[in-house]
Design a protein around this ligand. Sequence first.
Ligand code: NZQ
Ligand code: ZN
Length: 386
Amino acid sequence: MENFQFCISTKVLFGKGQIENLPQVASEYGQSVLLVYGGGSIKRIGVYDSIKSLLAGCEVVELSGIAPNPRIESVREGVKLCREHGVDWILAVGGGSVIDCAKVIAAAACTDMDAWQMIVNHAAITEALPICAIPTLAATGSETDAGAVISNTAINEKRSFFSPLIMPKVAIMDPTYTFTVPASQTAAGSADILSHLLEQYFVPQSTFMGDLLVEGVMKTIIHYTPIALAEPDNYEARAQLLWGSAIADNATLCNGNRICPFGVHGMEHELSAYYDITHGVGLAILTPRWMRHVLSDATVERFAHFAQAVWGVAPSDDKYAMAHQGIDATERFFKSIGIPMTLTELGINNEHFAEMARHAVETEGLLYAYVPLTEEDVVAIFNDCI
Ligand code: NZQ
Ligand code: ZN
């Protein structure tokens, strides 16, 4: 078991009606709040009205229209609003894009640096505004983690920023807010959750307990996603997906594993940077192709173990056969929940693969992934996705 440091400092308020605690959050963090949200889903589901009424005594400054794959321009606009209004804290309500945008605003508002420079230079910030996150989609787990991903479409880049200081102070997680998530986003969200688990499971060294925890959450997501798709307002299914998304990506499950850069995420960030596709869809397309590409004598035991533990593949002396059955089952699952499983279906061809591969290897640490990925490997995997 590897050494680790672990501190999830987010106070989680989970379940129906937890929004009633919002005035308490305001009394703790201040009367001037920046409300950050996306294209309007929070108005349709009623949470916007609840917030306005619960924060009636506060100055609520609004930043709306945060796009999926949030843009650096929105971050800069948010920083400007924080400075103009002397904002005390940020309330982020929406999917991972909204929460990520709020996190980088919170950090950049407390420095003199330009927000994009802060991200690409991995600046060690010393301060950030407090954040309360209200996720409305089960996917990224951004509400209890220390990361954020921002796009700069002018230069086709999508980059991550990490600091424990941007971890939300409070997360209000009400599964009923996710009832309206469309089927395509529900499926993409589950693919993202599974990918976070896979990226921490396929590592050079894992622990007995970590494996069981990750396998348990993977099986939970695989079990409940079709239920949430068939019955969008099934509370139990939505609740399991929402809590699963939070614990899948905040290190809770894999402490003691030898974690390495997330290889499939590194490749996907290029796809969404160039083509603005949904993150979870890109991950679902890449995952089985990546698995087949890295399957070798060195990894076959691990893939066979995965096949048996997660997909119930029968044990056999033919580890390659077991591994392939597990990979095929993974691909079939993504297809069964309605995800388009080729890049061609998204209108993507091989035009930019070489430059995307070069950039992914340079900026995402792919040479240090579970199986090191060179530019040639990445191009080959992209080509397999056509
Ligand atoms: O904009 P609105 O109107 O809110 O609509 C959103 C958006 O169109 C909609 N939506 C959200 N909640 C809804 C809803 N529609 C109906 N009812 C609801 N309750 O869903 C669409 C997608 O939202 P988005 O926030 O983009 O989705 P997601 O949560 O999957 O976030 C994806 C972003 O997070 C990044 C991704 O790269 C991508 O930019 N990631 C963040 C991570 C992190 N911070 O830890 C880790 C991930 O690996 C990931 O990279
Ligand atoms: Zn992800």
